[in-house]
Design a protein. Structure first.
Length: 121
């Protein structure tokens, strides 16, 4: 399949810098999994407690908030939650029309996405 962005501006970087970046990202993902596993273990140890201590000093808390996992609640109890649904009207920016009317201003707010190209080893 042809690259539809074949003629876009590009900058050359060293193989070492790219390899170092990919190694760091891989290490980051591995450490994130380790941290997530440890945190899950800590939360399991806490049970219904709201805080953890070390040597009697509070080091972290895990308290309920005023937010709810609404999507999961609706999935688990669709017949019950459907009776509590309401319609909301909200004002939303029509970005496409704004960008058409003011392309120079809109360009300064364009979001960029950094993605690896497949098979970029």
């Amino acid at each position: 399949m042809a690259d539809k962005h074949a003629n876009e501006a590009a900058v050359e970087i060293s193989h070492d810098k790219w390899a170092h970046y990919r190694q760091a990202m891989d290490a980051s993902r591995q450490w994130k999994k380790v941290a997530d596993d440890i945190l899950a273990s800590i939360k399991a140890d806490m049970g219904d407690a709201y805080a953890i201590t070390m040597d009697g000093v509070k080091v972290a808390t895990f308290r309920p908030t005023n937010r709810y996992a609404e999507a999961q609640l609706c999935k688990d109890y669709p017949e019950l939650t459907r009776h509590f649904m309401r319609t909301e009207i909200k004002e939303t920016l029509d970005m496409l029309k704004f960008a058409t009317a003011y392309p120079d201003i809109a360009a300064g707010y364009r979001v960029r996405s950094f993605r690896e190209v497949e098979d970029s080893e």
